[in-house]
Design a protein around this ligand. Structure first.
Ligand code: NAI
Length: 368
């Protein structure tokens, strides 16, 4: 193996490294944004980016938002992310990426993300021990169920704030993206009596879920602009921006998609328009909370992961209160809170605290 490394200097980031291994077609970037509160856990996005710069922009944006997600949950981990530029995933490429992960000696811990399944993480873990979100006997599996559960709690928190009741019964909820998270969210909302509007670029998916949950199908072009109580973006980032905001007809936004705001200042525009925004990095933190429990010394415990995820409801309400007290947008209130914690090391694990990592080869048989 001939793994080449190239440091990329980016102000405000601890370490950004490009890795190439020509014989297996690996071109990857690992970005550590901030590990002041602990090692960075961040998914590996595998995607055929058109240019290297596009991949770099994505990994920088995503790793920074992981710092805020980790900081808001106070679980003692930091912010990082990685991308692999390819549409040709092979075991050899994933193994080479595992070697790249190893070079950080545990300061970077990989996990699943778009294009990278828990099975792929298991392949990566044949060459490094620093990964999580797998399906073996110590694993926590796909984090989407926890992400969807946290998103439901954030939706309930915005309804509590707006209407003084967190019941979703009869509320109009519009979900953009019926994928891993959106499907689970739609199901939970259906059983709680919500009136659903759903949209996906895959029309087979929307037909199936509209049938199962009595939802109204809305085209991808229109879903953001549906008149509803809560808009729940569960697909792409950057969709809340100066172009879309004037046309929004929701009372609140609470969804799982990362980086929903194109620019931080878009949160001020939402505030001016009277749309309550649940910060995305808090709303979708359930998945991170779940994989974090996988690498605790005591071993994965789903009940503990659920209890901590349940905290998203109260945290969302406390962010709304902080924003109101300081006349800030809800997004800015959440950012300021995490910046304060980073500055003072609040949420850093105790000295003796450490995570456990195992090689997959030393592990119990994969169960899925
Ligand atoms: P996914 O890839 O399973 O689902 C996304 C869905 O959105 C797909 O069905 C896709 O067809 C659809 N989609 C794409 N563009 C669309 C558009 N313009 N209009 C309507 N639908 C569109 O992804 P997953 O796992 O459900 O994640 C959803 C979002 O939540 C992503 O932004 C992801 O980064 C974020 N997230 C997911 C976590 C997880 O645990 N899966 C954790 C934290 C964040």
């Amino acid at each position: 193996m001939n793994l080449k490394q190239e440091l990329i200097y980016v102000p405000g980031y601890e370490q950004v490294v490009k890795f190439t291994e020509e014989s297996v077609g690996l071109v990857a970037i690992i970005a550590l944004h901030n590990t002041k509160l602990g090692p960075g856990i961040g998914g590996t996005r595998i995607y055929p980016y058109k240019t290297f710069d596009e991949a770099l922009t994505d990994v920088l944006r995503l790793s920074k938002s992981m710092t805020y997600k980790a900081g808001i949950t106070q679980i003692g981990v930091g912010g990082s992310k990685s991308v692999i530029i390819t549409d040709q995933k092979t075991p050899a490429l994933l193994h080479a990426f595992g070697e790249a992960v190893n070079t950080f000696n545990g300061q970077y811990v990989c996990a699943e993300d778009i294009g990278c399944t828990p099975k792929d993480v298991e392949e990566i873990l044949k060459h490094t021990k620093y990964g999580c979100g797998v399906y073996n006997l110590r694993g926590s599996g796909n984090p989407a169920a926890f992400t969807a559960w946290g998103t439901l709690l954030a939706i309930q928190a915005v309804l509590q704030e707006l209407d003084g009741s967190d019941s979703v019964e009869g509320k109009r909820i519009a979900i953009q993206g019926i994928g891993n998270v959106g499907q689970r969210l739609a199901e939970s909302l259906f059983w709680r009596g919500a009136k659903l509007f759903i949209s996906d670029i895959d029309s087979d998916v929307t037909k199936r879920y509209a049938h199962a949950y009595g939802a109204k199908i809305v085209s991808p072009e229109e879903i953001l602009f549906v008149e509803c109580d809560v808009l729940s973006p569960c697909a792409m980032g950057g969709i809340i921006n100066t172009t879309s905001i004037p046309h929004l007809r929701c009372r609140a936004i609470a969804g799982a998609a990362n980086n929903q705001l194109l620019h931080y200042t878009d949160a001020d525009l939402l505030k001016e328009k009277g749309i309550l925004y649940a910060p995305d990095f808090l709303t979708n933190s359930g998945g991170l909370i779940n994989v974090y429990h996988e690498i605790l010394l005591e071993g994965y415990n789903a009940t503990k992961a659920r209890t901590m995820t349940n905290g998203i409801y109260a945290q969302t309400l406390s962010i709304f209160e902080l924003a109101q007290q300081n006349n800030l947008s809800t997004h800015q209130a959440a950012i300021s809170l995490v910046d304060h914690r980073l500055e003072h090391g609040i949420g850093k694990p105790a000295e003796e605290f450490c995570f456990r990592f195992f090689n997959v080869s030393e592990e119990a048989k994969v169960i899925d």
